[in-house]
Design a protein around this ligand. Structure first.
Ligand SMILES: Cc1cc2nc3c(=O)[nH]c(=O)nc-3n(C[C@H](O)[C@H](O)[C@H](O)COP(=O)(O)OP(=O)(O)OC[C@H]3O[C@@H](n4cnc5c(N)ncnc54)[C@H](O)[C@@H]3O)c2cc1C
Length: 353
């Protein structure tokens, strides 16, 4: 089995590693460097806190478990940062209802008193945490995608960087080879589209129309700063987490609209949340493209029209990549027994056209 995986983000790396582990000869091709796409500009929060419908929630929960397993297998990997996530909002009743709904689904969730929240995040200004407390989701984490991708690609996968896939040669209903921009041709028994926000372009090469509605999203990276942020925190107007190199990563939905004013407001809010952050400056502001298939749900697995062509494309790809990558690899190797990806097939777009 010679598999060509298009894209070396979290999905391409995860699918490539899963295939290689099971004996396939894998080439992962990227137009640029591994991890330089969306996976290099992401909040990378591993969670299933707000995921609907239920089948999508369950996929994300399985994604969280897959991360925990890999982190336990490779304890010195240093890409997985547990510690859970804390959230509070101005609408305590709605948040308490969310905690109850998640608990009913078996998701780890609890309500913290203000003192308990401050025990977990002692750098917070106590006055900014509501008197009624905050929600805590102990099973959540954040991931350093660059380290994860590096680990996954180090396990028997051949990587071709800085050479885009330019076309596919089909013979009947199967891809025979993959043509790169350099002119190189890779023979393929299977092709997996892991091209993130550009998955529609790589689909078109196989005659498949994949609707995408990618969303630009802005992240603010601080300079290194001594502030005890130890986990993912969602406060009103500020979402933050630690970033490698003693930096803090900041986000809120307003900042996605762009503009210096929104960035300044976000930094101001973060500083009022964690007073020690006053010593931080903005090191960079980066825009990532959320890869979002037309109906918002993942596109995973085989395609009826082209029998050796597969998809691994979604938002929340950091959470999903390890688990979904295994399921996609099952299908590439013809080893799927329980049709686990039935809800996420490409054909749903064909049917709705
Ligand atoms: C700001 C932001 C916050 C996010 N927050 C979270 C979060 O908290 N939790 C979470 O789980 N997810 C989050 N996501 C989503 C998550 O980051 C993505 O779903 C995931 O990174 C997608 O990975 P990927 O491998 O599919 O795509 P990418 O990382 O974009 O990789 C695709 C690769 O394909 C390559 N490529 C494209 N076309 C070609 C071609 N023709 N030939 C060769 N190579 C090609 C690109 O160069 C790229 O490297 C967030 C995204 C953004 C932007």
């Amino acid at each position: 089995m010679r598999a060509v995986v298009v894209g070396a983000g979290v999905y391409g790396a995860a699918v490539g590693a899963a295939l290689a582990r099971r004996g396939a000869e894998v080439t992962v091709v990227d137009a640029r460097a591994p991890g330089s796409g969306t996976s290099g500009t992401t909040f990378s929060w591993v969670n299933s806190r707000n995921k609907q419908p239920l089948i999508y929630h369950e996929l994300n929960v399985a994604g969280m478990a897959a991360h925990q397993r890999l982190a336990a297998e490779v304890p010195l990997g240093e890409w997985y940062h547990g510690g859970g996530g804390i959230e509070w909002t101005s609408d305590e009743a709605a948040l308490r209802a969310k905690v109850d709904a998640l608990l009913a689904l078996g998701y780890e969730a609890k309500w913290l008193t203000r003192a308990e929240a401050l025990d977990l995040e002692p750098g917070l200004d106590p006055d900014r945490v509501p008197a009624g407390g905050a929600a805590y989701f102990p099973g959540e984490a954040w991931v350093d995608p660059a380290r994860l991708i590096a680990h996954l690609l180090s396990s028997g996968v051949d990587v071709v960087a800085d050479d885009a896939v330019a076309g596919l040669e089909l013979n009947g209903d199967a891809v025979r080879s993959v043509r790169l921009e350099s002119g190189r041709v890779l023979t393929a028994d299977a092709v997996v589209n892991c091209a993130g926000p550009r998955a529609d372009e790589v689909s078109a090469m196989a005659g498949l129309v994949l609707p995408m509605r990618n969303l630009p999203c802005v992240l603010v990276y601080t300079s290194p700063v001594a502030v005890p942020v130890s986990r993912v925190v969602h406060a009103p107007n500020v979402h933050l987490r630690p970033e490698p190199g003693d930096r803090i990563l900041l986000h809120c939905s307003e900042v996605d609209q762009g503009g210096q004013e929104a960035v300044d407001r976000l930094v101001r809010d973060a500083r009022s949340l964690y007073p020690a952050m006053r010593a931080a400056t903005v090191e960079s502001v980066r825009t990532g493209q959320r890869p979002i298939p037309g109906d918002g749900l993942p596109v995973l697995g085989r395609v009826a029209q082209v029998r050796n062509y597969f998809f691994a494309v979604s938002h929340s790809g950091v959470t999903l990549c390890l688990h979904a990558g295994e399921l996609v690899a099952d299908e590439v190797l013809g080893e799927d027994r329980d049709d686990a990806l039935a809800a996420f097939r490409f054909e749903r777009f064909e049917e709705s056209r």
